[in-house]
Design a protein around this ligand. Structure first.
Ligand code: FES
Ligand SMILES: [Fe+2]
Length: 351
């Protein structure tokens, strides 16, 4: 692990590539197709062979003249470039050139896995891929007792703003219109290598519980004493992923959110968010299916508010030429240290 000095502006730290990053939803890549995606300025072509062949990932630049391979087609198990027809197998090797014959050129290959509706690549040192676990659990996507929403978008900010936003529950006033008046109580933090965890409870001090929230908790809650500070929210950054879990007083996990923020541009000042939001099904399971559109609208509104504010933070960073944050909340400072330590400083050249 590299130890960047705390003076280094966090928004100039690059994500560490020796992790598995989602780069597409499974449903975006149909059998027999190639699509283009990216990680931190590196263009990536994903291909899914016909007949159930495993997805593979190549650098999205033809070895001949660097045009995107994702503009080409999949022929059998090979990606054929649209320009002069050089074809690459899943190991990135071009065996022969249509108009010349034998060829020893190749393109870079990324270790690639598909799991829980997402396609992941390992953009760093490929020899470390097998020994690197894909992620902590991917919400409850595989658990039939939960219904999972897949969501996300491209957000114009450094991934560190996203981590801070989710872990910082002191911004409830921004969501006032959506959730009413909620008072968080910070219960403590945990710091382990590569991990920061914050725990909160909540008290409703005004406003009515929105229907979307009642769907998540599986019951109606009001401002009465018995609901105050009863539910525990645990937010955890386990580099480079983040989770948010809500447990009700009876120790039941009612919501399990998993998110990854994948840098898009080379300066890493944009990210594509991949989120999995699992909600526990109530006793009458189909009720959640009926209420799903309400839940989606509710969570969308909150997500939109968060996206807007982090983009404004990034804009201020650009306008002011750096980070002028006066952060005083200890867990956020702990989180910033973690993101600095786990990432790559701007002057460091990662081979
Ligand atoms: S640019 Fe790809 S084959 Fe020529
Ligand atoms: Fe928020």
């Amino acid at each position: 692990m590299l130890h960047a000095s705390p003076q280094i502006d966090l928004r100039t730290i690059r994500s560490h590539p020796d992790y598995w990053y989602p780069v597409a939803w499974s449903h975006e890549l149909r059998a027999g197709k190639v699509i283009g995606t990216r990680y931190a300025g590196i263009p990536v072509a994903l291909a899914r062979p016909q007949n159930g062949g495993r997805v593979f990932a190549l650098e999205d630049r033809c070895a001949h003249r660097q045009v995107p391979l994702s503009q080409g087609i999949l022929q059998g198990d090979a990606v054929r470039c649209c320009y002069h027809g050089w074809a690459y197998d899943r190991f990135g090797r071009c065996h022969n050139i249509p108009y010349l014959g034998k060829c020893h050129h190749h393109v870079r290959v990324f270790p690639c896995r598909e799991q829980n509706g997402m396609i992941f690549i390992f953009p760093g040192d490929a020899s470390k891929a097998d020994a690197t676990p894909l992620s902590p659990e991917l919400a409850q996507t595989a658990n039939p007792a939960y219904k999972t929403r897949f969501f996300g978008s491209t957000i114009r900010c450094h991934y560190s703003f996203m981590h801070e936003n989710l872990m910082d529950m002191n911004h409830q006033c921004m969501h006032f219109k959506q959730v009413g008046q909620m008072k968080p109580r910070f219960l403590g933090q945990k710091r382990e290598p590569g991990v920061v965890e914050a725990r909160y409870s909540f008290a409703r001090i005004g406003g009515k519980q929105p229907l979307g929230e009642a769907i998540i908790f599986g019951e109606r809650r009001d401002t009465s004493e018995r609901f105050q500070n009863r539910d525990i929210m645990t937010i955890r950054t386990e580099y480079p992923y983040q989770t948010l879990r809500i447990q009700t007083g009876d120790n039941c996990l009612v919501m399990d959110l998993w998110i990854a923020y994948v840098p898009q541009s080379a300066d890493e000042l944009t990210n594509r968010t991949f989120g999995l939001l699992s909600i526990k099904r109530p006793k009458i399971p189909f009720l959640l299916d009926l209420a799903w559109p309400i839940l989606i609208a509710f969570t969308n509104r909150i997500f939109a508010e968060d996206c807007e504010i982090v983009e404004l933070e990034q804009k201020a960073w650009r306008d002011l030429g750096g980070d002028h944050n006066v952060e005083i909340f200890p867990v956020i400072n702990t989180l910033r240290d973690l993101l600095r330590e786990c990432g790559i400083p701007p002057d460091h050249h990662y081979a």
